[in-house]
Design a protein around this ligand. Structure first.
Ligand SMILES: N[C@@H](CCC(=O)N[C@@H](CS)C(=O)NCC(=O)O)C(=O)O
Length: 232
């Protein structure tokens, strides 16, 4: 059985999608980052980075419990465990791997910074939001190009590279971008949204509540590492 440490953010949604698409059973263990639950000693043992998602598979390699952190690594682990959503063809496999890395190293971090600086930085901080909006627009353009004349990100098959990019690319409006400007990304988002596994995953996410709207200033400072929590 898989213990899935989660909340609702895009990096976590990728794993909900993979688990639901593979119809793997899992125990959902919410870690409310807005209530600072990521910082408990118990969770820090699971993920020293103090972030969700993480999984603990009681039947890992050799039949022993195994912990996986980082959403891209979790997707690769689950793909290896099930043999699903990874191309058999070597070239397609490495196309998938490259685009998974593009998501992990570029799309995710740039969107994360844009959300932070546009929603949480406060007045007089326009430089951060502007810089990351530019980066996000550029990477969205790269995905638009990639999905022009290709049904899925790695090529002909739906893979974990699609699952990784989907929660961020469908968030255009939340990120302050115009989804209509990138018609191939928009059509691909709609195609994925129509999948049963994706629908089930998003429905699960929608049931999770968090302290996002009730977090105190101190909890937010601790989460964002600012004020007395800043490390010089
Ligand atoms: N690169 C990591 C990023 C994970 C991440 O940033 N998780 C956020 C929620 S999306 C989190 O747990 N933040 C808590 C914190 O930074 O204290 C992944 O893809 O798994």
């Amino acid at each position: 059985m898989i213990d899935f440490y989660a909340l609702t953010s895009p990096n976590v949604q990728k794993i909900f999608i993979m688990l639901e698409e593979c119809e793997l059973p899992y125990n959902l263990k919410t870690v409310d980052v807005w209530a600072n639950e990521q910082f408990t000693p118990e969770f820090t043992k699971i993920n020293p980075l103090q972030k969700v998602p993480a999984i603990v598979d009681s039947e890992g390699p050799g039949g022993k419990p195994y912990t996986v952190i980082e959403s891209g690594a979790i997707l690769l682990y689950l793909a290896d465990k099930t043999g699903k959503f990874v191309p058999k063809d070597k070239t397609a496999y490495f196309d998938m791997t490259q685009w998974l890395m593009v998501q992990m190293a570029n799309l995710g971090p740039m969107c994360g910074q844009l959300v932070h600086f546009s929603k949480f930085a406060g007045p007089g901080q326009e430089y951060g939001a502007s810089r990351y909006r530019t980066m996000v627009n550029k990477i969205f353009d790269v995905y638009e190009q990639r999905l022009t004349g290709r049904p899925f990100i790695a090529g002909d098959e739906y893979t974990i590279a699609d699952m990784a990019a989907f929660p961020w690319l469908r968030n255009a409006a939340f990120l302050g971008l115009d989804a209509a400007k990138r018609p191939h990304v928009k059509a691909w988002v709609e195609k994925l949204e129509a999948r049963d596994g994706v629908k089930r995953a998003l429905a699960k996410v929608a049931t999770i509540t968090s302290a996002r709207d009730t977090a105190t200033d101190d909890q937010k400072d601790r989460y964002f590492g600012r004020g007395k929590y800043a490390v010089a």
